[in-house]
Design a protein around this ligand. Sequence first.
Ligand SMILES: [Zn+2]
Length: 346
Amino acid sequence: MQCIVPPYIVEHMARSEDPRVRERAMVSLAHAAAVRAVRAFAQKLPAMMAAPSPAGRKYRLVYDARKKDRLPGKLVRSEGEAKSSDPAVNEAYDHSGTTFDFFQVLFGRNSLDDAGMALISSVHVGEVDGGGKFQPMSNAFWDGGQMAYGDGDGEVFQRFTRSLDVVAHELTHGVQSFTSNLAYYGQSGALNEHFADVFGVLVRQWREGVSAEKASWLVGADVLVPAATRRGIRDMEHPGTAFTDDPALGSDPQPDHMNHVYAGPGDSGGVHINSGIPNRAFVLVAQAIGGPAWETPGRIWYDAMLQLSRTSDFDDLATLTAQIAGDRFDTATKKAVRGAWRKVGL
Ligand SMILES: [Zn+2]
């Protein structure tokens, strides 16, 4: 199950002093266990989960789950149809379209599977609480065939469709299921999360036309209810600082160097935790090269995502990106990539 809100945040919320935050977190934990089984099955059969596009090009379908957990729900907006009166529907439609355009314009990729697969989104997804009542889901996920977005609890999380980087993050999990398909555990799983974060923020930076020097490297800033103790779900530039002593979220556990790599069993072997290390390396590459990060750094990382295999680890990505930088670009680029990896201990 590839959710944007990692389990360590939900577990911290389950211990919150606020009974409303606690109750909602308990619901999410129960829900996550149930869908993990579906996700594990879906990852083995990505081709079967793909809905083909009738036109073989950009084709979006947005469904309204109507606060229930049955996916996809009722079809409310198809490709080319007029705007809805519901902002969540329009956000899911627009952000999935921007993500499609990004991969097509820069890399010539025709949708997630490179074969025109339809982009299916469900908004207003709910989950059943302890009393059997439906509550808005405080998460967004990719289930192997489609996107699902909750509306958030309104106390910690807002509507998940608000964030372009969250939408692009989840759709990049889709791209990966058709390419490297990195196993979702340990270092390969952290690379899966890493690529989703890289292309999540690059889609936003590309849309805004902001170069690496001025860009925001926060993931999920727009889905949080603002507070002094939180800036995002993750910070790629300064891993471990996205939230600090937050009453609901706790403190960001991401390391920024191999000296502090997480070696425990939680979070599927630290998939959302250790991704901080390659995330930091990517930002250092982007800042060393300068200019739009989706250009040279983005192209190196896109090629690497296509060439890695299920069990690749951090060393594999460090070696491969340096090699691609030298082959596709030049010695200076290769040096920048090598230098960035060395700074995070790889
Ligand atoms: Zn993810």
